[in-house]
Design a protein around this ligand. Sequence first.
Ligand SMILES: NC(=O)c1ccc[n+]([C@@H]2O[C@H](COP(=O)([O-])OP(=O)(O)OC[C@H]3O[C@@H](n4cnc5c(N)ncnc54)[C@H](O)[C@@H]3O)[C@@H](O)[C@H]2O)c1
Length: 325
Amino acid sequence: MKVLVLGGAGYIGSHTCKYLATHGHDVITYDNLSTGHLEFVKWGPFVYGDIRDYANLRQAVHKYNPDGLIHFAASAYVSESVSNPGQYYDNNVLGSLRVMEVLRDEGVRPLVVSSSCAVYGVPTENYISERLPLNPINPYGRTKLIMEWMLQDFAHAHQIPWMALRYFNAAGADPECEIGEWHTPETHLIPNVLNAILNPASPVNIFGDDYPTSDGTCIRDYIHVLDLAKAHFLALEYLYSQKPGLAVNLGTGQGKSILDIIATAEAVTAKKVPHKFCPRRPCDPSQLVASAELATKILNWIPEYTSIDKIITTAWQWACHKSHN
Ligand SMILES: NC(=O)c1ccc[n+]([C@@H]2O[C@H](COP(=O)([O-])OP(=O)(O)OC[C@H]3O[C@@H](n4cnc5c(N)ncnc54)[C@H](O)[C@@H]3O)[C@@H](O)[C@H]2O)c1
């Protein structure tokens, strides 16, 4: 099968390209390199372009005639979405609309999109299943929810087979160190913890130590990027077999606090993590942990990197590799 990967030069997109290519698919990356890296495009042709550019995107779909699309391309910083919501509605909502219009006009085919646990807002239960209310608390989460709604409407009107994958916290890296997590600025906890080890003058910030959790710090569900990549592969298989569209959580179902991550990073690297406590950030839920039963049931998806040690080990290998290159 031929898969067009929008945003394939980014973190999760490039790992998915590698996974698809090493499991028998041909991949084409379409990316504007706003946050992605040309060095991460190694498993097929590259088309430079913006998803908001209808004509360019349509030309790429026409030229390569893919059997399916995966749409990672988005702006993905929560705090930036609060200070600059226009960019988020433009890139994430209008960009996604253009993708759906191109499929409508150029011929429908399966579409898998990156959604987020941010669509749930502050969850009403400890383990978040897809049945919980959708109540995003920041513009980023709202743009992801609007994308899901648009997709449902386009699917209904134009029969686009679809799946929205709601990731929890993507983490880890390709164990072969060909690619890894590389955001500028980096806002994710694990790379920042490891960067603090490599640059002790820049300690990692811990926002809040008075949450109602076992150690007072926030709890999140860290899912290895290769397990995410595999889920996209399985999602395409599911859609090729003509099954109905839906939104599905991707997490491990295990919560780790910030202090758990620091302790594991210290054990994996045998080094101290310089850190400092700061006040809580606004709108940070104390706990976000997935119930991933639906993904297991319908995709037969079983995460392999279920231990946080393994996740941090691959992230550490990549952080060391990156700091030497
Ligand atoms: N990283 C996480 O923990 C996480 C969690 C939940 C959801 N997500 C979602 O997963 C997706 C990928 O996240 P990531 O961490 O790999 O981010 P990333 O920034 O590394 O990748 C995004 C890619 O999309 C490209 N892009 C952005 N806007 C574009 C546009 N208009 N046209 C063409 N290309 C464009 C960027 O250049 C980049 O290569 C995003 O949609 C994000 O919202 C990520």
